[in-house]
Design a protein around this ligand. Structure first.
Ligand SMILES: NC(=O)C1=CN([C@@H]2O[C@H](COP(=O)(O)OP(=O)(O)OC[C@H]3O[C@@H](n4cnc5c(N)ncnc54)[C@H](O)[C@@H]3O)[C@@H](O)[C@H]2O)C=CC1
Ligand SMILES: O=C(O)[C@@H]1CCC=N1
Length: 266
């Protein structure tokens, strides 16, 4: 891998960095104010607490922006010297548009906007990416290599699709973890011991994910495979699948998150 600059080494930036190092990246400079966040990478990357500390002459082929959207306005202009002609910027920030980022970076870099998710931490992420104006095939291939180091990548035809992507697959793991939390609480409510309830909820969600991943059948068929006619699951699904229950709630939740992604464009 060519020299890389990572800006922000939190949950997502750290997961991506681990993936690149696994794939043999050798020259990575990480800008991250928290030394705690980069502690696990000591000796493997060059850590700078601020942009001003980046070694003079460092010329990354790509910089990856993994800071919060709310931090972008202050941080991007300070990175303009790395946004030279031919340089690639890959942003994973929710909401931030390519036009806005290109301007804030000084107008020279080509920008890929992407939305990964936290299963990236175990290289099981799913990322959607969109290549902005002027991104050449080599830059797109580099972006694909960086994103595919943490899981599967799909390329979009329209930047606007990223708002719904952010709502569905970007935030999706949170909804699945909420399901595990709620299953655990309901199990305890039915009198099961807390430790067993926790084990049961975790293994059920993780095992179902593994089955979904390995199976050729779609999710609806896998659901039907569990649901015996006039059995117990059917009773539960009559509650969950009522029009005003999960179908409506999921639709409202995804619409709310999509709207928030658009707001974050700023
Ligand atoms: N957490 C998630 O599930 C996902 C997050 N994202 C996006 O990834 C980005 C990062 O999110 P997280 O990793 O969750 O946040 P985080 O808070 O874990 O990481 C952000 C990091 O940026 C550092 N930072 C703050 N100001 C900085 C600056 N000026 N220069 C360099 N580093 C700076 C912080 O110290 C922190 O370690 C956000 O834009 C978010 O929208 C995208 C997909 C999924
Ligand atoms: O909640 C957020 O804004 C970010 C984007 C997708 C997941 N986390």
């Amino acid at each position: 891998m060519p020299p890389l600059l990572l800006v922000g080494c939190g949950k997502m930036g750290g997961a991506m960095l681990e993936g690149w190092l696994e794939r043999g990246a050798e020259q990575v400079v990480v800008v991250e104010p928290s030394s705690e966040a980069t502690a696990g990478f000591a000796g493997r990357v060059t850590h700078c607490a601020a942009v001003e500390q980046i070694p003079a002459g460092f010329t990354p082929a790509a910089m990856v922006l993994a800071i919060k959207p709310q931090q972008a306005d202050a941080a991007l202009p300070t990175l303009s010297r790395f946004a030279r002609e031919g340089a690639l910027a890959v942003s994973i920030m929710a909401g931030k548009t390519i036009a806005g980022m290109t301007g804030a970076l000084g107008g020279k870099a080509q920008v890929v906007r992407a939305m990964p998710n936290t299963p990236a931490a175990v290289r099981q992420g799913f990322t959607c990416a969109f290549a902005g104006p002027g991104v050449n095939p080599a830059q797109r291939a580099l972006a694909d290599e960086l994103l595919s180091a943490i899981g599967e990548t799909a390329w979009l035809e329209e930047e606007g699709q990223l708002d719904a992507v952010t709502a569905v697959s970007g935030g999706g793991p949170a909804y699945v973890f909420l399901l595990a939390e709620l299953l655990e609480a309901a199990a305890i409510e039915q009198g099961l011991p807390p430790a067993l309830a926790r084990q049961m909820a975790r293994r059920t969600v993780a095992g179902s994910g593994a089955l979904l991943s390995a199976s050729q059948e779609d999710a609806a068929q896998l659901r039907r495979n569990v649901t015996s006619p006039k059995g117990t699951t059917e009773r539960a699904l009559n509650v969950l699948m009522a029009a005003e229950a999960w179908p409506r709630l999921m639709s409202q939740a995804i619409a709310a998150a999509t709207t928030r992604s658009r707001e974050l464009a700023g």
